[in-house]
Design a protein around this ligand. Structure first.
Ligand code: NDP
Length: 286
C-alpha cells in the first residue's frame, strides 16, 4: 500500500497508530502540538513536520487528538487547505460532535470518516483491537487495508455519528458488567473470598452467559415477548439476591437497577412474558 499518511496528535494512541503505519511501510508524516513527542517515531522511520499545513499534504490525514474541540483548534487555521483532502478522525467524540465535524468537513470540501477506537494503545495492530467507523463509505473502502493495520475495522453507515453511538453502546454493556462483577466480589468478600479468586470464576461464567445474548436479541427483534422457552419476568425476581446482598452488609444498588427494570414490566401486567422485555423499561423511561 503506497498511501502517504499523516498523523496529527502523538499522545499514547496517536503514537501507536502512527507506529503501525510506519511499520507497514507507509510514508508517514507526524505532527504534535508539543514538539519532541515525534522523536521515537522518527527513529522508527516517520517524518516529523513542523506545521499542520505540511501534514495536510498526505493522501490520508489521521487526527488522534484529545476531543472534538481540539480537532477544530488544530484544523481551523488551515481550513482553506482542506478541500479535496481525506480526514480520518479517530479522536473520541460524541455522536453529535462527529456529525458536526462531518458537516464542517463537507462544507470545506473534505472527505470525512469518523472512527471510535475499541482498544488501548498496546492493543493496536494486535488481536482483540477493533475500530468502528462511520461517515464516508468511499474513504472506508478505499483505505480499508490501511485501517485494518490497527485492528478489525467495522463500518456502520454514512451517518458520521453512528460509530460513536455504537462505541458508547458497547461501553454501556462493559461498565454495567464491571459493576456486576464488583457487586459479586463485594458479596463474597466477607466470606474470605479474594477478588482475584472471584474474578477467575466470574470470567468463565460471564463468558458462558454471552451465549444468551443472541436468544434475547431474537425475541427483541421478533417483537413478541410471549414466545415459548423464555425465562419469565416473574421467575426472574431478584429478591433472594438482594436479600443476600443485604445480609452481607453491602449495597444493593447495582442489582436494584435490574430489579427495577423487571418490576416495571411486571407492574404493567407482563410478568408471564420473557426477561427480554426489560428492554421496554429502558426504551420507555419511567
Ligand atoms: P493523550 O492524552 O496521550 O494525548 C492527547 C493528544 O492530544 C496529545 O498529542 C496532545 O498534544 C493533543 N492535544 C490535546 N489538546 C490539544 C489541542 N488543543 N491542540 C492540539 N493538540 C492537542 O491521549 P491519547 O493519545 O490516549 O488519546 C487520544 C484520543 O484517542 C482521545 O480522543 C482518546 O479518547 C482516544 N482513545 C484513547 C484510548 C486510550 O486507551 N488511550 C482508547 C480509545 C480512544 P500535546 O502533546 O501537545 O499535549
Amino acid at each position: 500500500n503506497s498511501a502517504r499518511v499523516s498523523v496529527l496528535g502523538l499522545g499514547a494512541m496517536g503514537t501507536a497508530l502512527a507506529a503501525a503505519l510506519v511499520d507497514a511501510g507507509h510514508t508517514t508524516a507526524v505532527w504534535n502540538r508539543t514538539a519532541g513527542k515525534a522523536e521515537p517515531l522518527v527513529a522508527r522511520g516517520a517524518t516529523a513536520v513542523d506545521t499542520v499545513a505540511e501534514a495536510l499534504e498526505a493522501d490520508v490525514v489521521i487526527a488522534c487528538l484529545l476531543d472534538a474541540a481540539s480537532v477544530r483548534e488544530v484544523l481551523d487555521p488551515v481550513a482553506d487547505r482542506l478541500a479535496g483532502r481525506t480526514l480520518v478522525n479517530v479522536t473520541t467524540t460524541s455522536p453529535d460532535q462527529s456529525r458536526e465535524l462531518a458537516a464542517w468537513a463537507a462544507g470545506l470540501g473534505a472527505a470525512y470518516l469518523d472512527g471510535g477506537i475499541m482498544a488501548v494503545p498496546a492493543m493496536i495492530g494486535r488481536p482483540g483491537s477493533s475500530i468502528l467507523y462511520s461517515g464516508s463509505r468511499a474513504v472506508f473502502e478505499q483505505h480499508r487495508s490501511l485501517l485494518d493495520l490497527w485492528g478489525e475495522s467495522a463500518y456502520f453507515g454514512e451517518d458520521a455519528g453512528l460509530a460513536s453511538l455504537y462505541d458508547l453502546a458497547l461501553l454501556s454493556g462493559m461498565y454495567i458488567m464491571f459493576a456486576g462483577f464488583a457487586h459479586g466480589a463485594a458479596m463474597v468478600a466477607p466470606a474470605g473470598v479474594t477478588a482475584g479468586e472471584f474474578a477467575q470464576r466470574s470470567a468463565a461464567w460471564l463468558s458462558a452467559m454471552t451465549g444468551q445474548l443472541a436468544g434475547l436479541a431474537e425475541v427483541v427483534d421478533g417483537g413478541d415477548y410471549t414466545v415459548e422457552g423464555q425465562q419469565s419476568l416473574e421467575f426472574s425476581s431478584l429478591d433472594d439476591l438482594i436479600a443476600a446482598a443485604k445480609a452481607q452488609g453491602i449495597s444493593t444498588e447495582p442489582i436494584d437497577m435490574v430489579q427495577n427494570l423487571i418490576q416495571r414490566q411486571i407492574d404493567a401486567g407482563h410478568g408471564k412474558e420473557g426477561f427480554a422485555r426489560i428492554i421496554e423499561s429502558i426504551k420507555h423511561p419511567a
